[in-house]
Structure formats: C-alpha cells, structure tokens
Design a protein around this ligand. Structure first.
Ligand code: GYE
Length: 311
C-alpha cells in the first residue's frame, strides 16, 4: 500500500520539510542566477519549496513571508529588498518558532537576533576591491585630480550601502581620487541608462574619469547611453562594475569595461548545507554570518583565464 498516493520513494523524512523562499525581485541576470542556484539546491536535497518573487516591492515580500508563517513552513529563506522595516514580520516568524535564513542582502544590524544566519557575499569587500583597482590604475599619476561618478544601486539596500562604504574606504587612501557625484540607478538597466543619459544631456560627464557602478545591469545601461557620445568607454572613461555577468565579461574583453568585481550568485550550495546542519538531529551550530568566495576580473589580468559564466 502507498501512503496517500505517494510512492514509497517519496516518503523520505526530507520530503516532509517545507522551505519558504522569498526572493526580492528579478531585476538582473545575476538575480535570476541567484534564484536558480537556491531553488536547484533545495530541490536536489528533496525539500519541498514554496517560492515567492517579491518583484522589488517590500509590502509584497512581507505578505509572502506572512503566507509562509500561516502555512507553518519549517524554515524561511529570504532576500530582503532593503535593510529596514522587517522587524514586525520577523518577530511573527520568531513567535511561530520558524527559523529564518537571510541570503544575499542583509537587514539593519540592530535586528540581527531575528534571524539564524546570513549567507552572502561581503559587499564591503567588493567595494574595497573596486576602489583598489582605481587606486592602482592611477598610481603613476599622483598629482592628477581623478573624479569618480558613482552609479549607485537601490537606496537603503545593504549591497548599496556597503559597496559605497568599501569603495570610499579604499579610495580614501589617495588624496587625488574623489567621488564627485553619486546617482541612483536602482540596479536596473533602464534606470542606469536614464540617469547617465541625463548627465550626458547636461554635459556633466566631461570632467568624470571613472564610472564606478554597483552592478552590471546599470553598467550595460550606461554603455548604451554612451553610444550617443564621443566618450570612449574603457579609455576616456574608466569603468569599474560589480557582478560578473557573461554579457559584461564580453565588454571587458572588448575593452569597454576595465574591471569587473565578481559578486557570486551561486548561494544554493551554502544555503542547503546550512539548512542541513540546522535540521541535523545533533543540532549542529551554524555561523551567524557565512561569506561566499569571490574574485576580480580586470584588464590587468589574464582575460583568457576567466571561467565561462552561465548567467
Ligand atoms: O549585485 C545586483 C542585484 O543584491 C548583490 O542585486 C545583489 C545585487 C546584485 O540586482 O545585480
């Protein structure tokens, strides 16, 4: 006899574990790769997954998490769109006895006891790496005034804050390198193109030496906008970008982008491992902060050595 129509193979203990995964949106290829990595790993581990896409809307994400709590899932995996405003819903999860794991983005540190673990890149290190590239690029010209335009991601999202901090910390070591302007492209290609086009129209790019962009999608938008000008990207304007999508590696190889700081979207393995440990009958401890490995690709390195990306 089979149990309520299930084949015996399906009635494993893991099959009873239900994970709710609330993603923040689908604004970039990076994000799609991140989602796929997590869903693939959870399914490989035979967890049942309820997936919700918040479509870059915090209220919607809060409702998604509430529905997981109402469903009494075993564990919630969650990418917070922005840093603030999650306390009430996370307290509801805590009261219901449901563990929460944050992936990728983080919430404001004051609320760090409201989740079990945060698994993601060190965004501050990424910003640092971007800044170090710029410092090195201009190291032979210590008397030249270098103006950086920062194309920032969504305000009040943890990668935005930390990529800004990390970059400022690094370039702060050089007297001659400063950020002369910060504009916001919300991590999307369209917005990135729009804000850069506006600067071009107002002739505000003329004095800029470096474009530091918080993600590849915005950089691709900026490259698109630059096509209408005689500014040569990668030469007249040094471009440093974060993520490492296949389409930006192509621009790096073509000389239109100078440095790509990798942001690793392949979180699935780390998330599945942490859940496995948490559910282990020995109640193994898991660290509160789990950083993922990342690297840098630039025109200073061997471009033939860059592994193929699948996103
Ligand atoms: O860099 C960007 C995405 O939160 C680290 O969000 C992530 C960022 C990533 O839109 O492409």
């Amino acid at each position: 006899t089979t149990l309520s129509g299930c084949s015996p193979k399906e009635v494993t203990s893991q099959n009873n574990i239900v994970i709710g995964f609330s993603q923040s949106g689908t604004e970039s290829s990076w994000r799609k790769a991140h989602t796929k990595s997590i869903l693939d790993s959870l399914k490989k581990n035979n967890y049942q997954v309820i997936y919700r896409n918040g479509l870059m809307d915090q209220e919607r994400q809060i409702q998604d998490i509430r529905s997981f709590i109402a469903y009494r899932v075993d564990l919630i995996v969650f990418t917070p769109l922005t840093e603030d405003g999650w306390e009430p819903v996370l307290k509801e999860a805590q009261r219901a006895g449901i563990d929460v794991m944050l992936v990728d983005r983080d919430i404001a540190s004051a609320s760090s006891d409201l989740y079990l673990s945060h698994i993601g890149p060190s965004f501050k290190a990424e910003g640092n790496r971007a800044g170090i590239y710029v410092n090195n690029y201009f190291k032979e010209q210590p008397d030249r005034e270098i103006n950086v335009l920062e194309l920032s991601g969504l305000t009040n999202a943890s990668p935005t804050t930390l990529r800004s901090d990390g970059f400022r910390e690094a370039i702060g070591r050089e007297q001659n390198i400063t950020i002369s302007q910060t504009v916001y492209g919300d991590y999307t290609r369209n917005k990135g193109k729009e804000v850069i086009r506006e600067l071009i129209t107002n002739n505000q790019l003329a004095t800029i030496d470096v474009l530091y962009s918080h993600n590849d999608e915005m950089t691709l938008g900026a490259l698109d906008a630059l096509k209408d000008t005689d500014i040569q990207p990668g030469k007249d304007l040094i471009i440093v970008t974060i993520d490492g999508q296949e389409n930006i590696i192509k621009e790096l190889r073509a000389g239109n982008v100078n440095c790509v700081v990798e942001c690793n979207p392949q979180a699935g393995y780390y998330v599945a491992r942490a859940i496995e440990r948490r559910l282990d009958s020995d109640h193994k401890q898991i660290p509160h902060e789990i950083y993922m490995p990342e690297t840098v690709f630039s025109d200073q390195g061997d471009l033939d050595m860059i592994p193929t990306r699948n996103y």
